[in-house]
Design a protein around this ligand. Structure first.
Ligand code: GLN
Length: 240
């Protein structure tokens, strides 16, 4: 691995990685390599301390018990908190949004303290939200609809320091009735979209890559397969 290698942290894939969310790290690596940028994935498991100096971090979804193990680990080894404080980009999927908030309640009604990277809280809702999700992104530079598959019972209420990642056009999203989906706070992004999210949303992948590399633009990639996947998924959401 050379000095200039882009280091992508795949955080706790042993406990947070349901629905193929580890694929987000693969997409980042692939989109970097296709532009001639060296990139490596560094898996950080429950046996490892969390390093604070990687270039970008991804975390996946999980059910209650696994989510709790991850929360404990990230509290004990606060490398992710330091990385976020230094402005390094982080992508948190589903349960990871909840872990990165102030607290979340499990489906059994137990409250678990999170790591407060996001100003938000999560409580179980009466109905589980399952299905295709499409949103209109709100951050500057994201112009294309985001799409993914949601499957969560938690409903996430954003505090004043957190902004939504998107406005829901189809599906449920954060699930507290305000039409928001996901979260953005500083360099940390969260979404309820599985898919993996970055396979379906190349613009979001490049948004994270630009921040990780400290550049304003990246050479465009011509990938008809990805365009096709997007067209199919957006059509599936429209069909309902
Ligand atoms: N256990 C959480 C919920 O149901 C997260 C689930 C997930 O990551 N898919 O809200």
């Amino acid at each position: 691995m050379s000095e200039s290698t882009l280091r992508i942290g795949l955080v706790l894939p042993d406990v947070m990685g349901t629905y193929g969310d580890g694929g987000n790290a693969l997409i980042l690596r692939q989109r970097a390599r296709m532009r001639g940028i060296d990139a490596e994935i560094i898996s950080i498991t429950l046996d490892d301390e969390v390093p604070e100096s990687l270039d970008v971090y991804t975390l996946g979804g999980a059910e209650d018990y696994a989510q709790r193990l991850a929360t404990r680990h990230l509290t004990r080894f606060p490398g992710l908190q330091r990385a976020a404080a230094a402005g390094r980009p982080v992508l948190a999927i589903c349960a990871a949004i909840q872990v990165l908030g102030h607290w979340y309640e499990t489906s059994a009604g137990e409250r678990v303290e999170g790591i407060s990277l996001f100003d938000l809280t999560t409580s179980p809702q009466e109905r589980r939200s399952i299905g295709e999700l499409v949103t209109e992104p709100t951050p500057d530079g994201l112009t294309e609809p985001l799409s993914g598959f949601e499957n969560h019972r938690g409903g996430t209420l954003l505090g004043s320091d957190a902004r939504p990642l998107g406005r829901v056009r189809h599906g449920v999203g954060n699930g507290v009735g305000d039409g928001t989906e996901g979260v953005v706070q500083g360099s940390v992004l969260g979404t309820y979209m599985h898919g993996p999210a970055l396979a379906r949303n190349p613009q979001l992948a490049d948004h994270l890559l630009k921040r990780a590399l400290g550049v304003d633009t990246l050479a465009p990639l011509d990938l008809p397969q990805v365009d096709r996947l997007r067209t199919e998924r957006l059509a599936a959401a429209r069909r309902g």
